[in-house]
Design a protein around this ligand. Structure first.
Ligand code: GTP
Ligand code: MG
Length: 216
């Protein structure tokens, strides 16, 4: 079972993403982090898992976050904002991309870990997992770090359109079982396809609920 929402929650999610989002800044290292302000949510996951595509689907703006077929597209922490909304969305570099130069991979991985562990205004991490591959050892590392740092996170399966419909419930159940004992994980995940628009309303609703909790 994936997370379920009431019609009111779905509507609140739609409202939250009614207005245009803009790129605020790209942050190549923690020295350049903007001062803590609005509630932040971050999209993390392996290279090419579909982080930037999912953000574009959320805000209905193709091209807001840059996407690519080639892993390693996003190389900084990219902050997106929307006027009148007390929320900041952070698109992160991917981890686990073995083919990039080691130096670069190390820099991105350090940046991702340091930001995720140390950001007071970070309300939740959406940890993306490719529905074709499931949770890999490199994902386990980041999950363990989030559990240890007590940073709340929710698993989002991506690219559901790439697996057969009949295989989806199994993948969802297996992934949920894999995180069942993880203390900082949301028990239920959200299954999505940015390509087909699946699960996007649900993700918007989840974010709206979180924001309401944080801002009262
Ligand atoms: P990095 O920034 O390199 O870490 O990648 P990313 O996680 O931001 O992935 P990105 O959004 O750039 O997408 C990677 C590739 O996957 C692109 O070719 C996308 O078009 C494709 N993609 C993303 N989401 C989906 C999806 O839901 N379905 C399908 N079929 N393809 C997708
Ligand atoms: Mg990206």
């Amino acid at each position: 079972m994936t997370a379920e929402f009431t019609p009111d929650q779905i509507l609140a999610g739609k409202r939250l993403f009614e207005r245009p989002w803009t790129f605020r800044m790209g942050v190549p290292s923690l020295d350049f982090l903007p001062a803590a302000g609005p509630v932040e949510i971050a999209f993390a996951g392996r290279s090419n898992v579909g982080k930037s595509s999912l953000i574009n689907a959320l805000v209905r703006q193709n091209g807001l976050a840059r996407t690519s077929n080639t892993p390693g597209r996003t190389q900084e922490l990219n902050f997106f904002v929307c006027e009148g909304v007390d929320l900041q969305i952070v698109d992160m570099p991917g981890y686990g991309f073995a083919k990039a130069p080691k130096e670069k991979v190390d820099t991105w991985t350090e940046l991702v870990f340091a930001y995720l562990q140390g950001r007071a205004t970070l309300a939740r991490v959406y940890l993306l997992i490719d529905a074709r591959h499931g949770i890999k050892p490199v994902d386990e590392k980041i999950l363990t770090m989030l559990d240890t740092a007590a940073v709340s996170y929710q698993i989002v399966l991506t690219k559901l359109d790439k697996i057969k419909e009949a295989a989806r419930p199994h993948m969802i159940a297996a992934t949920q079982a894999a995180i069942a004992k993880r203390p900082a994980a949301f028990p239920q995940l959200i299954g999505t396809s940015s390509e087909k628009g699946m699960g996007i309303d649900e993700l918007r609703a989840a974010i709206a609920i979180l924001l309401a909790e944080r801002t009262g």
